[in-house]
Design a protein around this ligand. Structure first.
Ligand SMILES: *[C@@H]1O[C@H](CO)[C@@H](O)[C@H](O)[C@H]1NC(C)=O
Ligand SMILES: *[C@@H]1O[C@H](CO)[C@@H](O)[C@H](O)[C@H]1NC(C)=O
Ligand SMILES: *[C@@H]1O[C@H](CO)[C@@H](O)[C@H](O)[C@H]1NC(C)=O
Length: 299
């Protein structure tokens, strides 16, 4: 198919890609690099390939020689073993569809890896898998600044899912190694398509700043969705955000919700540690008031 040909034609992309002009969003730049034409369909194809690779590991033949295990594979992060599969295959009661308690949802019910390897989200359009994958294309497309997402006639729709990433992930109780493993796979997947190291680092830092800190104040990550709680890393071991607002997170931002037994908001004393942090991931400072983030950060 067309996508495969484009990847083949650009297999040698790698370091041959010139540096991205700061005025061009990451999405548009690499869509042009890989597909020549910067269209909505090609932006969607880029995000499909990227996200599918994040999920199942590198499957496009060939890539630029980067091995991507994918988030469904067991791995290690910073010396800790990580296995995210139970969050996806229905083993863990960790989705937010059950009101006050996390419930099990099988997100691999749309054919699993097979349709992903065919550059599709699922084998159908009604599975949990289809819902999750298309939301991931749309959310990451916005983060990466895809200019033709939601444009008239563009097949690439804007993200219309839950605006609060905390809300979506709150019962998962993610720890730094789990979150770090996810971000690593995103970076590896991008690298496998020839995305320059500087751009991979920009994306990784932005993901960590926006979602990888505990008790992060409300932020409008995607334009127009309003300020929302966005922390995904909520376990106690997650670095505390600058200006932390733990009391506004269920379970006091201590990962209690992640155990499947959310408690009432913690005493406001929790929030008094706010501002003490600033120690971010890999020594990165917090992007203070990171607004509707990536589109800005990545441009
Ligand atoms: C993934 O990438 C590695 C490194 O380039 C390669 O050896 C392997 O064959 C690839 N796997 C698939 C399924 O394409
Ligand atoms: C890696 O592990 C060390 C030792 O446990 C810890 O101090 C450090 O913060 C961890 N780094 C990350 C990025 O999680
Ligand atoms: C998930 O919830 C169901 C229904 O309450 C329960 O039977 C099951 O043991 C739970 N599974 C896990 C892994 O906690």
């Amino acid at each position: 198919m067309r996508f495969t040909k484009a990847i083949l034609a650009c297999a040698a992309l790698g370091s041959a890609v010139a540096q991205r002009p700061s005025s061009t969003p990451i999405c548009d730049y690499y869509t042009t690099a890989l597909f020549s034409e910067n269209s909505g369909a090609n932006q969607l194809a880029l995000l499909t390939a990227l996200v599918n690779t994040v999920v199942i590991g590198n499957y496009t033949q060939p890539n630029v020689g980067v091995l991507v295990p994918g988030i469904l594979a067991k791995g290690t992060f910073n010396g800790t073993e990580v296995n995210l599969l139970p969050f996806f295959d229905g083993t863990a009661n960790t989705t937010n569809r059950g009101g006050s308690a996390g419930v099990s949802v099988n997100f691999l019910d749309g054919g699993g890896a097979t349709p992903l390897m065919q550059n599709k989200p699922a084998k159908d359009e009604s599975s949990n898998q289809y819902f999750l994958l298309t939301h991931l294309y749309e959310f990451f497309g916005a983060l990466l600044g895809c200019s033709l997402q939601g444009a008239s006639m563009s097949p690439f729709l804007t993200y219309a899912g839950t605006p609060s990433m905390f809300e979506v992930h709150k019962f998962m109780g993610l720890t730094p190694p789990q979150f770090g493993y996810f971000v690593t796979q995103v970076g590896l997947a991008a690298s496998s398509f020839g995305v320059a190291a500087a751009d991979v680092q920009t994306v990784g830092s932005a993901l960590k700043d926006l979602f990888g800190m505990r008790c992060t104040p409300e932020q409008e990550v995607l334009k127009g969705q309003g300020e929302q709680l966005q922390a995904i890393c909520v376990a106690k071991a997650c670095p505390l955000a600058q200006g932390a607002v733990c009391a506004r997170y269920e379970g006091g931002g201590a990962g209690a919700a992640g155990s499947g037994t959310p408690t009432a908001a913690a005493p406001s004393a929790t929030a008094s540690t706010a501002g003490a942090a600033g120690v971010g991931w890999g020594g990165m400072g917090v992007v203070a008031g990171a607004v509707w983030g990536f589109a800005v950060l990545l441009m």
